[in-house]
Ligand binder design. Structure first.
Ligand code: SAH
Ligand code: SF4
Length: 371
């Protein structure tokens, strides 16, 4: 098996990568060969989802969280994080800004809360955002594990998509990066993904890439999980150290946060995007902000390697610096106008166009619902 012989297959047409080929491509580290893989992934993207980047304006509306994921800067036990909740009016103002600036979709993201007050707040927001945009803005939710009933209410209020990362499909590793208690359960996460599908969402998941102890085989299995769960959209990015977290401390001790370590995680992140595109073809794949946290050109490299979704931050500057999942979050000093302009330049620099006013729903999802 050689990379060239695999890439000669008609992947743009009717041929598919086999699991063995996927496993083989995952071992490639030579930059020149990787570029060939990215190029092929870009061709598959152009054929299956077009050379269009769709924006999901990201509103980080609260950093309050009941969970304690060992990698995340806004975990419950991080007392150094100053907590905030955005008022409903502020969120609606941002949504209106996005609508008026021709965004096709929004993502509402926050720490996790499951109390009724929270769910009511979110459901009302979804309704109001749909109303203020004449039902035109697509809405992606990213508010963690909830009951099936809560998911149903969000869906019925008009939310279109839901992103819940599995974080890693290696259950042992999952348990190493979360506290060992009932609140942080791999099984619950998988069941949540099934509930999301059941209530009719376009379902997104993803993983962190380059976690301490994660192997290339784990990453291959992550892609197989996307296939087996019939996932519509993928949001994955490199693991980025947050210094005030237990995992961050361990990563710093292990020395994996050297410049070399960061470059390796960027490379792995891009390789995951490209291989997921080559293996699944028609799903939506995001080039995440975490890529850019480690590499200034991370997001455009992500688009060139097969991603088709970007999530420009539209959170007001006042709150941006408090929503810190990891160190070196980019764009914290910018406002929404600057982010829009800067990203659009990045999109055009690789030859894509922006899907203004288009929701950019997952082709994979569309095909499933007409089946
Ligand atoms: N609370 C929700 C949404 C906010 S967190 C949830 O957990 O689903 C959104 C994502 O940020 C998580 O799924 C995780 O993959 C990512 N994240 C958190 N800390 C991170 C870190 N240190 N590096 C990279 N990604 C991180
Ligand atoms: Fe909370 Fe999500 Fe961070 Fe976990 S990853 S601590 S659930 S915000």
């Amino acid at each position: 098996m050689t990379v060239d012989s695999i890439l000669e297959k008609d992947l743009v047409g009717n041929e598919w990568l086999t699991e063995e080929e996927l496993r083989f491509l995952m071992t490639v580290t030579d930059e020149e060969t990787l570029q060939k893989i990215y190029k092929k992934a870009y061709e598959v993207k152009a054929a299956y989802v077009d050379k269009v980047a769709y924006y999901r304006g990201l509103i980080e509306f609260s950093n309050r969280c009941i969970k304690n994921c060992l990698y995340c800067g806004i975990r419950y036990e991080n007392s150094k994080t100053e907590r905030f909740d955005m008022s409903r009016d502020d969120v609606l103002k941002m949504a209106k800004w996005a609508y008026e600036h021709e965004y096709g979709s929004l993502t509402l993201q926050s720490g996790e809360r499951t109390d009724e007050g929270f769910v009511d707040y979110v459901v009302d927001l979804i309704r109001d955002i749909k109303k203020l945009s004449n039902n035109e803005l697509g809405i992606t939710m990213c508010v963690g594990e909830q009951s099936e009933e809560a998911y149903r209410r969000m869906r019925e209020a008009g939310a279109d998509r839901y992103l819940l990362r599995i974080e890693t499909t290696n259950q042992e590793l999952f348990e190493m990066i979360h506290p060992k208690d009932a609140l942080h359960s791999f099984e619950t996460r998988v069941n949540c993904l099934k509930s999301l599908r059941k209530v009719g969402f376009q379902v997104g998941t993803g993983v962190m890439i380059g976690l301490p102890g994660q192997t290339l085989d784990d990453l291959v299995n992550d892609i197989l999980f996307y296939r087996d769960m019939d996932i519509d959209m993928i949001g994955m990015g490199p693991y980025v150290v947050h210094h005030d977290t237990p995992l961050g401390q361990r990563a710093l001790e292990l020395g994996i946060d050297s410049q070399k370590g960061k470059l390796e995680r960027v490379q792995l992140g891009l390789k995951m995007i490209a291989l997921t595109r080559l293996f699944l073809k028609d799903v939506n794949i995001a080039a995440t902000t975490a890529l850019q946290a480690l590499d200034k050109l991370g997001r455009e490299k992500g688009l060139a390697a097969g991603a088709n979704i970007l999530m420009p931050i539209i959170t007001v500057p006042e709150h941006r610096a408090k929503y810190l999942l990891y160190d070196n979050k980019p764009c914290v000093d910018d406002n929404a106008d600057q982010c829009k302009e800067c990203l659009t330049r990045r999109v055009m620099s690789i030859g894509d166009r922006v899907g203004w006013k288009e929701q950019g729903n997952s082709q994979h999802y569309k095909k499933r619902i007409v089946k």
